[in-house]
Design a protein around this ligand. Structure first.
Ligand code: HEC
Ligand code: HEC
Length: 619
């Protein structure tokens, strides 16, 4: 009775505006319970895990979490959930599924995600995105046994069926952006030896890697990612000229990449591949496309049969059998028609926005939609039917910032849905690690993608300052990169979103403070003799003036002046300089500063240089 009174009062208070509407849920990760009767859904903005009962279509339990969840793992017996809660020092909440409550908390690294249990259930592997490593947590002792280094920004992981290896998806490429080959990798960890065994190179242009999942039969791993044509000038969008979207298939036995397959159609992009699920019989691969608001289903045995018939290399003097447009296997990752007839695309309805996780249970596919707080549900046996949309909570009433976040991730604001702004600016409007030859400053002078943190506070925009403000850059981004002209309400919301971004604390900080080395480095940075603070003064870390600091490269005018960039968050935005030619901060200050034109650094001892670097990477 009291509860009902309370509910009525709360509803009245909400109507009269006394109490704000409840926060949206923002489903971000999902697992089916072991009995197949419910879905456990991690909600990133209501800070909870909810149990959605399939039979009744209702949420039957809610577990409040001490932070925003990023990933979920479930014990073999279904009694426990392990939920990563990203922060500078992340926690892993242990949830008792029967009592629906948090019973314990473990500690992991910086911005943790992708929890995976060892086969015996004794260890939990957790990806620490901004430490670039994997924590090995022992559940009985609640201790971290070790860290295993990977490449860059691990965001997803999958364990092999023998339990010996962990495949880790590195979100971004790690090298120079002006190289002939630029791509993210999959790290293969030897769990017995406790170290990285090798890296699998994805094809040139592979980036924004979001998920890796093993087929239930253990034979294949699929990796969802963007495939960027970063070496072409951005003159058009047609036929995936800028960005394509697909998955890479890995042969687990051979631990080798088979190839990358594009999920786009020739005239319709499948922007922002996000999450992967396999059907129980390993025959179908399901991918959510968060930007294009659709789900694709690929017939893997049929794909492998077709692929096997394509010649590994061209044989001169013979005519290839007309199996596909691709004559050789090398062409397949460029072939927008390869999956024709093998892949079905299910567009979600208007009320389902931003599918970011997916599960298959009892012949049905469930896609959880981040921006609409809904589940899109469809029967595999009746695919021609429109998916059913099930609300997980009240319809979200997004404020301006949240609307902007949604538009930024929305490929329906791009001609033919090839990409969203987040395709080149993933990780909440940060960088993709690629160079792009945008046409706003001429052609033949590619620029490294910029972080948009502080863009609105540090005009002008773009390396050459060709846009007076970030507001102008946002509007020209839609017009010249996405080929659409959205209404002013959309671009104003995108401005509000970008303007609201907060810096993520550097992983080099110690308890939120500069380390001893970084403090020494700050002295060097501020000193007149070195001179960094003249152009990058503390605060915004830019004086917003253009200079020629001797960094012009092949495509640039010899004495080109570049807008001084902010140094806040440079720890996460490698490679550096307008042309992405410096992989490390040391490169910026040494090989790319031979004549001391970019601050005076040549007189620094190796130890002083280390300290200076420690400071800059702490900002
Ligand atoms: C094809 C990749 C790509 C896409 C898609 C893209 N951008 Fe960019 N963006 C870039 C690159 C590269 C730069 C840096 C260019 C330079 O420095 O001259 C940039 C820079 C910017 C900047 C300026 C940042 C600064 O501080 O100088 C803004 C603002 C921006 N983009 C907004 C957007 C918006 C909004 C969208 C979606 C409508 C978008 N971008 C889509 C590649 C892209
Ligand atoms: C005369 C002004 C000036 C001085 C002095 C200066 N910088 Fe810069 N800095 C710039 C400009 C301009 C750029 C952009 C160059 C480019 O993109 O090619 C830049 C770029 C950078 C970058 C690359 C940032 C990125 O996101 O790619 C770093 C890091 C940096 N500076 C650090 C320093 C440090 C450390 C010092 C002192 C040793 C220093 N700068 C001194 C003007 C200056």
């Amino acid at each position: 009775m009291i509860n009902r009174q309370k509910a009525v009062l709360l509803a009245l208070a909400m109507l009269t505006g006394l109490v704000a509407a409840p926060p949206p849920l923002s489903p971000t990760a999902m697992v089916a319970s072991r009995d197949g009767k419910s879905l456990w859904i991690a909600c990133a903005t209501s800070n909870e895990v909810v149990e959605f009962q399939i039979e009744t279509g209702k949420i039957v339990h809610r577990v409040a979490l001490p932070g925003a969840p990023s990933g979920l793992a479930q014990s073999q017996d279904g009694a426990r959930l392990y939920v990563t809660l990203p922060a500078s020092v992340s926690q892993v909440a242990v949830v008792d599924t029967k009592d629906a409550r948090v019973i314990d908390k473990l500690t992991a690294g910086h911005t943790s995600a992708a929890p995976v249990l060892s086969l015996d259930g004794k260890l939990l592997y957790v990806a620490n995105r901004f430490n670039n490593d994997i924590s090995v947590l022992e559940l009985s002792s609640r201790r971290e046994l070790r860290r295993i280094a990977v490449e860059r920004e691990p965001v997803a992981a999958a364990i092999t069926r023998d339990g010996r290896r962990l495949l880790v998806a590195n979100h971004l490429p790690a090298g120079r952006a002006d190289a002939a080959y630029v791509a993210a990798t999959i790290s293969v960890l030897d769990l017995v030896a406790g170290k990285q065994e090798r890296t699998l190179r994805l094809p040139n242009g592979a980036g924004s890697v979001m998920d890796v999942r093993l087929s239930p039969d253990g034979r294949y791993a699929a990796v969802a990612h963007v495939l960027s044509r970063h070496q072409l000038p951005t003159t058009q969008l047609e036929r995936g000229w800028m960005n394509t979207n697909g998955f890479t298939l890995i042969d687990v036995q051979a631990m080798a990449v088979i190839n990358t397959f594009l999920l786009d159609g020739p005239l319709d992009g499948a922007a922002n591949p996000w999450a992967i699920a396999w059907t129980e019989d390993s025959s179908k691969l399901i991918v959510t496309h968060a930007g294009a608001h659709e789900v694709s289903i690929t017939d893997i045995p049929a794909l492998l049969t077709k692929y096997a018939r394509i010649a590994p290399q061209a044989t001169p003097g013979t005519t290839a059998e007309a199996v596909s447009v691709s004559e050789t296997r090398a062409e397949v990752s460029n072939d927008l028609s390869f999956l024709t007839g093998l892949r079905q695309t299910i567009p979600l309805g208007e009320s389902d926005r931003g599918p970011r996780s997916v599960a298959v249970v009892g012949g049905r596919i469930y896609a959880a939609n981040y921006f609409s707080d809904t589940l899109a549900v469809f029967e595999m046996a009746a695919m021609q039917n429109q998916p059913q949309s099930v609300a997980l909570g009240p319809k979200p009433q997004p404020g301006l910032i949240r609307q902007g976040e949604e538009h930024f991730h929305d490929a329906s604001l791009c001609m033919q849905h090839w990409q969203s702004c987040a395709t080149c600016h993933p990780g909440n409007a940060r960088v993709d690690g690629f160079n792009w030859d945008l046409l706003n400053d001429g052609i033949g002078n590619p620029k490294n993608t910029k972080n948009m943190l502080l863009s609105h506070k540090t005009p002008p925009a773009m390396s050459l300052g060709v846009r007076e403000t970030a507001e102008t850059a946002v509007r020209s981004g839609f017009l010249h990169i996405q080929y659409t002209r959205p209404p002013g309400s959309v671009t104003a919301a995108v401005d509000a979103y970008l303007n609201s971004l907060q810096p993520v604390p550097s992983p080099l900080l110690v308890n939120g403070e500069l380390s001893a080395a970084a403090k020494r480095g700050r002295e060097i940075y501020e000193s007149k003799a070195v001179g960094c603070a003249v152009c990058h003064p503390a605060g915004l870390f830019t004086n917003m003036q253009p200079y020629d600091v001797g960094t012009a490269s092949r495509g640039d005018k010899a004495d080109e002046k570049f807008d001084t960039p902010t140094l806040v968050e440079v720890w996460r935005t490698a490679p550096y300089l307008h042309d992405g030619s410096a992989v490390t901060m040391r490169d910026v200050l040494t090989v790319r500063n031979r004549k001391d034109r970019h601050g005076k650094t040549s007189q620094l001892t190796p130890r002083q240089l280390d300290d200076l670097i420690a400071y800059i990477l702490s900002l």
